[in-house]
Design a binder for this molecule. Structure first.
Ligand code: UGA
Length: 443
């Protein structure tokens, strides 16, 4: 294997894999992306990204056209043609427990190991419970063909949806765990571009690398639940959590990011990752971590109930037959991802209580409709606002933040606003005639 220009195989082409494959091509490597879904492979091969991720379609198209990046459903072919094999498949929460479902990671790793035709490095990027890599090493040892040498290392990914391209091309750190001198040298060659611009590389053991990833997400989740807990105190005491967060954020040890109080965290990562860590920590007898994370999860889920209660209150105790406009379906702006979306969770709960819920989202209506087909979806912002008895802002898209409150007040049935993301200026909206409610800010 050439340590200067290894050929790259990326197994799994979801948010993580598709972005990683395109970024590797951008860094100058020959890349093959593999996915078991033929429709996804066909779309990516045409240079189309089957989800909304700013900047990714341009990057992907450029490298599909240059021939440096291609996609296939044939794992055996992709493995035979490559030297470094990135495992980028999902680790969703199991159906009946908080544990992570590792079947896709095991299947992908076994598939690569079985099909190796020459020495290779298998690089786990998926988010896994600590201890998984060690188990995968035993699995690989039993599958690799005679005479072929395969190493497994862990290289967690920290990209954010909506900023995936930027985070992958210019990561703030690179963590590699369980490397030998040879695999460390190969990974240094793979990441030569970000390393050359000063990105630090942390080289550690396998379990530490696995744990860095879930600890980072657990810390971010804890920060959000912390500020949401303080928002409750602010509300009871008549204080303002947004001003408080600004003041806290000036302390460099704390920092302002992830201190936005509101509806709380959702998405395909933070909720399932803290639950998987909670579960794994309990298995390992590390009960302080599991009880801390249980509180973080409970506070987070409680925020959804608080918004539901606030809406009931705004509608005089019942939402039966009331028209509720919901602005936002994605779990955060700049994505069409609705996995564990707090916004849709609230919308569905109000629908169950008999409200006529009309949801508007600039990008996520289609993915939302697939998951919650019983809700109504508006194709324009105004259609969700018109005639509403209460308007809920549940994802802070710029289109909502920049909307004209006076114009919307004129078309709403009752100008009653619930700002579930603390993203609007309550004074400006109140001046335009809205009765404003939010979490942790005086109204
Ligand atoms: C998260 C991490 O931020 C990434 O570093 C990580 O790589 C990724 O998970 C992953 O494991 O793959 P992501 O799920 O894209 O990224 O979303 P975040 O930007 O972290 O936001 C998560 C949720 O927290 C959103 O629902 C957002 O609305 C909420 N949030 C964020 C708050 O409620 N308040 C805040 O102050 C910040």
């Amino acid at each position: 294997m050439s340590s200067t220009r290894p050929r790259i195989n990326v197994v799994g082409t979801g948010y993580l894999g598709a972005t990683h494959a395109a970024a590797m091509a951008e860094m100058g490597f020959e890349v093959i992306g593999v996915d078991s879904d033929p429709a996804k492979v066909a779309a990516l091969s045409r240079g189309e990204v089957p989800f909304f991720e700013p900047g990714l379609p341009e990057l992907l198209r450029r490298h599909v056209e240059s021939g440096r990046l291609r996609f296939t459903t044939d794992l055996a072919e992709a493995t035979a043609l490559s030297d470094v094999h990135f495992i980028c498949v999902g680790t969703p929460q199991q159906v009946a427990s908080f544990a992570a479902n590792l079947s896709y990671v095991e299947e992908a790793t076994a598939g690569v190991a079985r099909n190796l035709t020459h020495d290779g490095i298998i690089v786990g990027k998926s988010t896994v419970p600590v201890g998984t890599g060690e188990r995968l090493r035993s699995l690989i040892a039993g599958l690799v063909p005679d005479g072929v040498d395969a190493e497994l290392v862990w290289n967690p990914e920290f990209l954010r949806e909506g900023k995936a391209v930027e985070d992958t091309l210019r990561p703030d750190r690179i963590v590699v765990g369980g490397t030998s001198d040879r695999s460390e040298a190969v990974l240094r060659a793979v990441y030569a571009a970000p390393l050359a611009t000063g990105t630090p590389m942390i080289v550690c053991d396998l379990p530490t690398a696995e744990l860095v990833k879930v600890s980072a997400n657990a810390f971010l989740a804890t920060k959000i639940s912390f500020i949401n807990a303080i928002a409750e105190v602010c509300e009871a005491a008549g204080a303002n959590v947004s001003v408080l967060a600004d003041a806290l954020g000036h302390d460099a040890r704390i920092g302002r990011q992830f201190l936005n109080a509101g509806l709380g965290f959702g998405g395909g990562c933070l909720p399932k990752d803290i639950r998987a860590l909670m579960y794994r920590a309990s298995e390992l007898g590390a009960f302080s971590a599991s009880s801390l994370l249980q509180q973080v999860d409970e506070i987070n889920m409680g925020q959804r109930q608080r918004i539901i209660d606030m809406t009931l209150d705004a509608c005089g105790g019942s939402v039966l037959n009331r028209r509720i406009g919901v602005l936002g379906a994605a779990f955060k702006p700049d994505t069409d991802d609705v996995r564990d979306s707090p916004a849709l969770n609230v919308a569905a709960a109000l629908h169950l209580r008999g409200a006529q819920v009309v949801v508007y989202d600039p990008e996520a209506s289609e993915t939302a409709r697939r998951m919650y087909p019983t809700l109504s979806y508006a194709s324009e912002l105004d259609d969700a606002v018109a005639g509403s008895d209460a308007l809920l802002v549940l994802t802070e898209w710029p289109e909502f933040v920049d909307a004209d409150p006076a114009r919307l007040a004129a078309i709403a049935g009752v100008p009653s606003l619930i700002d579930g993301r603390n993203c609007l200026d309550p004074a400006i909206w109140a001046e335009a005639g809205w009765q404003v409610r939010s979490l942790g800010r005086p109204t």
